[in-house]
Design a protein around this ligand. Structure first.
Ligand SMILES: NC(=O)c1ccc[n+]([C@@H]2O[C@H](COP(=O)([O-])OP(=O)(O)OC[C@H]3O[C@@H](n4cnc5c(N)ncnc54)[C@H](O)[C@@H]3O)[C@@H](O)[C@H]2O)c1
Length: 370
């Protein structure tokens, strides 16, 4: 026990294991879609650290390098390459694994790609969602489903107030609209099939997330870190645009709390939930870049990216009163802290650290900072 505990302490697992959220997840059978992606990799590591029995279905990691490979995510779970546009394949996985909880994150998640790939975006984000829900409906083991959409699912009225969960769905670009559709699909499945079948489904809407191990194109933090690494100026499209930012662990914690609630209490919480940042963490793009440059230890050096840029919806703020009141979910890390954690992560990676252990340490640190 002593040896075991000491080695767990070294990677910060003891704090994780003594947290009440962790107790619930031990030995739960969880199917996660999109586990090879950025958020999916972090969530898979978190669930693994809590002792869940985990199967992931997704395409190959969407970036190279990828957090999935670097943090050896596959080692702690059953890892399957499955295209969610293929219903039979999804159904086979679901029938074979018989999960109790499904966390659906697989998606084509980039606004700009959705202009070039609208058919693929809708096929994955809408019909892929239908396939996952339909397979969950028939397997007979599922009690709770959390479907991850986005803050962009709301009809953006270009107003200054926070959007509440009962605001209408919308979306200007194919990505946002596909996620609005995924919300409607979830609501229809809830009313038509799941209530009767005793399956509780909720949707989770979060905004831009940032964190170590994100290499997606066209996202500010990865683009900035790439430029800093190469000692090149950071090219930014809209320096004054204000966006809400949050560390990836913040919404993931919300998803975990929500799934637990659904599992324990059934339909009472089976609805839409916002997991957004604090008001003060909505900052201009330029502020983020300058803060990252400062953390990195160099002069802030950015310039405007030339060319036309496709429409990007203006700032959309989430009202998080419901999650904070009913789930006691409250953002933990300020934007400053999050950016420091990200530069720490990136430096550790560049210096050849064990990134599996480093991720677990950051998760444990997050859990211990109430
Ligand atoms: N990253 C953000 O800032 C952000 C913000 C709001 C919402 N989201 C949502 O969170 C979820 C995860 O986003 P992410 O940033 O980790 O994206 P990501 O691109 O890193 O990961 C996407 C995952 O989906 C999988 N996938 C894509 N197409 C698939 C298909 N046809 N079949 C099976 N798997 C497929 C990929 O293999 C990968 O595992 C998405 O639903 C996204 O819309 C992300």
């Amino acid at each position: 026990m002593g040896e075991w505990r000491r080695s767990l302490e070294e990677v910060g697992l003891v704090v994780v294991l003594s947290n009440p959220v962790s107790e619930f997840w031990r030995r739960k059978r969880v199917l996660i879609t999109g586990h090879t992606g950025f958020k999916g990799s972090w969530l898979s590591l978190w669930l693994q650290s809590m002792g869940s029995t985990l199967r992931g279905i997704a395409l190959a990691p969407p970036t190279n390098p990828s957090l999935f490979e670097i943090a050896r995510v596959a080692e702690g779970m059953e890892h399957r390459i499955v295209d969610i546009r293929d219903f039979d394949a999804v159904r086979t996985e679901m029938d074979e694994f018989r999960p109790e909880i499904v966390i659906h994150m697989a998606a084509q998640p980039l606004v700009r790609s959705s202009f070039n790939l609208p058919v693929e975006t809708y096929a994955t984000n809408v019909m892929g969602t239908v396939h996952v829900l339909e397979a969950a409906r028939y397997v007979g083991s599922v009690k709770a489903i959390v479907n991850i959409t986005t803050d962009k699912c709301y009809e953006n009225r270009e107003w200054i107030w926070g959007y509440r969960e009962d605001e209408p769905m919308g979306g200007h670009d194919p990505y946002s609209s596909s996620k609005g559709c995924a919300e409607l699909v979830s609501a229809a499945y809830r009313k038509s099939f799941f209530r009767e079948a005793g399956i509780a489904i909720a949707t989770a809407r979060a905004g831009n997330v940032i964190g170590g191990g994100d290499w997606a194109l066209d996202r500010l933090v990865p683009d900035t870190l790439r430029a800093l690494e190469k000692r090149e100026p950071v090219l930014i499209r809209s320096p004054s645009a204000i966006r809400p930012w949050q560390h990836v662990l913040e919404p993931l914690y919300g998803y975990l709390l929500l799934a637990e609630r659904l599992y324990r209490h059934g339909q009472a919480d089976a609805e839409g939930w916002n997991f957004g940042p604090r008001d003060e963490d909505a900052r201009p793009v330029r502020w983020i870049v300058e803060c990252l440059c400062e953390n990195w230890g160099g002069e802030a050096n950015w310039s405007l990216q030339p060319g036309d840029h496709p429409h990007e919806a203006s700032f959309l703020k989430l009202d998080i009163s419901k999650a904070s009141q009913r789930l006691q979910w409250i953002p933990r890390w300020s934007l400053d802290t999050s950016l420091t954690r990200i530069t720490d992560w990136h430096r550790a990676w560049l210096s050849g650290a064990d990134m599996h252990d480093f991720c677990i340490q950051q998760i444990s640190q997050f859990q211990s900072e109430q």
